[in-house]
Design a protein around this ligand. Structure first.
Ligand SMILES: Cc1cc2nc3c(=O)[nH]c(=O)nc-3n(C[C@H](O)[C@H](O)[C@H](O)COP(=O)(O)OP(=O)(O)OC[C@H]3O[C@@H](n4cnc5c(N)ncnc54)[C@H](O)[C@@H]3O)c2cc1C
Length: 444
């Protein structure tokens, strides 16, 4: 059996960022796929570059900004977001709650009035935390915005009753406009710049996989097509699909936490067993299309809250990069969410999606689909339900007691970005190294 000091499971951004921060000769990365990058991989299909749906970079942390720009100097273009919502037969600006102009007048009235009523209710009542996401939406935005956008959109994405979700995760991802912004947005005075991503970065050429490919050059050994099948926490060794066993001193896992718990053999503590199968997530069916006509979508991406459309979001990479498709063509990514226990017939779904794209006139009768791929991202979005909130901290603590740091978007079982995965990998490497300060690329 071979052994290593630092064993990292998964070569997505979190695993790569950790590996780049640790001594090369003491670190081994195991990756199931034939290439690095995880959700940040891109593929070439018939002249189109497809990412896993849309992957747009937001850099806020100065350390991660320095890392990315040192890995890829002058690689990125900065783009001002143009995202829309399609509902009631019209396109409106993002976020819905501050751009209702253009919707039927009765809908605007319900949204604005509901917002004001919610404000008044909050002013009158004692400050008390909402107990679930549904309550939070109602008390923050009011009945109209809830009913016309936030309820149907989030139910379509998370596929659970919103009472079952807690609300701690929403503060950064759902913009909260002021009353002035809601009123201005209802009168057609466009409200711009709200939310966490008013600008984003994207490579001038090629796909988002530029980041993992560059980061890989700073890592030690990465074994591809090395799928981990079981983990013995007591003996400190993993077993691969091939049957090979690898020992370690310290383990950093970026694998989906629910899958990691299922791999434990033996199970050292019953609490870890109880959590198996209870951590919920949705998968996303990502249908990428190449179309032989330019500018088929009016914005960078569009949200579709209504049940008559199978997708919750459709985006067009050719609207934010000219380097991802043949001249004169458009690319589209379509995102459909499914619970992990829901049956999935990909061919039927693709037909439904194409029909809906024609119905909403994103595709026209003469358009030809010249490239296509279907990916199932599983897991894609963690469901922030009450079980997660109550059980997650202790699961992660128990794993740490056995020398395992579980991090990254799915290792930490959270709603994270590319930047947060890079940050998490770095932070985990620092902890593995016993608090000693390291920096990506700065060792080995
Ligand atoms: C639909 C969608 C859209 C997104 N859009 C954006 C965006 O626009 N901007 C943004 O900043 N972020 C976006 N993200 C988030 C971003 O993709 C992630 O936060 C980030 O890529 C996570 O990196 P990670 O390393 O934590 O996980 P992953 O990328 O999932 O890496 C985990 C790795 O582990 C490997 N692995 C799994 N099981 C095994 C096993 N048994 N053995 C060995 N290896 C294994 C996987 O193959 C994978 O390479 C999006 C995510 C989704 C799902």
């Amino acid at each position: 059996m071979i052994g290593t000091r630092n064993l990292i499971l998964g070569a997505g951004l979190a695993g790569l960022s950790a590996a780049a921060s640790l001594p090369r000769e003491e670190t081994l990365v195991l990756e199931r796929e034939g290439e690095v990058g995880g959700l940040c991989r891109s593929r070439e299909v018939d002249g189109f570059t497809f990412d896993c749906t849309g992957h747009l970079l937001h850099l806020k942390d100065p350390g991660i900004r320095d890392l990315v720009h040192s890995l890829l100097p002058r690689c990125f273009a900065s783009v001002e977001r143009k995202s829309l919502i399609y509902s009631k037969g019209v396109y409106t600006g993002y976020p819905f709650q501050a751009n209702t102009y253009g919707l039927p007048r009765e809908v605007i009235r319900e949204c604005v009035l509901g917002f004001v009523e919610a404000l008044l209710r909050r002013g009158e009542s004692e400050e008390r935390p909402e107990s679930n996401f549904r309550e939070w939406v109602l008390s923050t935005f009011g009945d109209g915005i809830a009913r016309h956008f936030l309820f149907p959109y989030n139910e379509k994405l998370y596929r659970v009753d919103l009472n079952e979700m807690e609300c701690g995760w929403v503060s950064w991802s759902i913009p909260r406009p002021s009353l002035d912004e809601v009123v201005r947005g209802s009168l057609g005075m466009e409200v711009k710049g709200l939310g966490y991503n008013p600008q984003f970065l994207y490579p001038r050429r090629g796909g988002i996989d530029a980041i993992p490919r560059a980061l890989q050059t700073r890592c030690g050994e990465i074994r591809l097509k090395a799928e981990v099948r079981s983990l013995d926490l007591l003996a400190r060794r993993v077993r691969l699909e091939s049957g090979e066993e690898i020992g370690y001193e310290r383990l950093l896992s970026t694998l989906p936490l629910d899958g990691l718990l299922r791999m434990l053999n033996p199970l050292p503590e019953p609490a870890l067993g109880k959590a198996r199968g209870k951590l919920r997530a949705v998968r996303v069916v990502n249908i990428n299309l190449g179309v032989d006509r330019p500018a088929v979508l009016p914005g960078h991406w569009v949200y579709f809250p209504e049940a008559q459309f199978p997708f919750y979001r459709v985006g067009s990479p050719t609207n934010y990069s000219s380097g991802v498709a043949p001249v004169g063509c458009s690319s589209l990514y379509v995102e459909v969410a499914r619970r992990r226990d829901e049956p999935l017939d990909e061919e039927t779904l693709v037909e439904e999606v194409l029909e809906a794209l024609r119905r909403v006139e994103i595709l026209r009768s003469g358009d030809r689909i010249v490239a296509r791929e279907v990916l199932v991202l599983d897991p894609a979005y963690v469901v922030y339900d009450h079980f997660r909130q109550q059980a997650l901290p202790s699961i992660l603590r128990i794993l740490e007691r056995y020398g395992v740091i579980s991090t990254g978007r799915f290792g930490a079982w959270e709603y994270g970005s590319m930047e947060s995965a890079l940050k998490q990998g770095r932070a985990a490497a620092e902890r593995l190294d016993g608090g000693e300060r390291v920096s990506a690329g700065g060792r080995g």
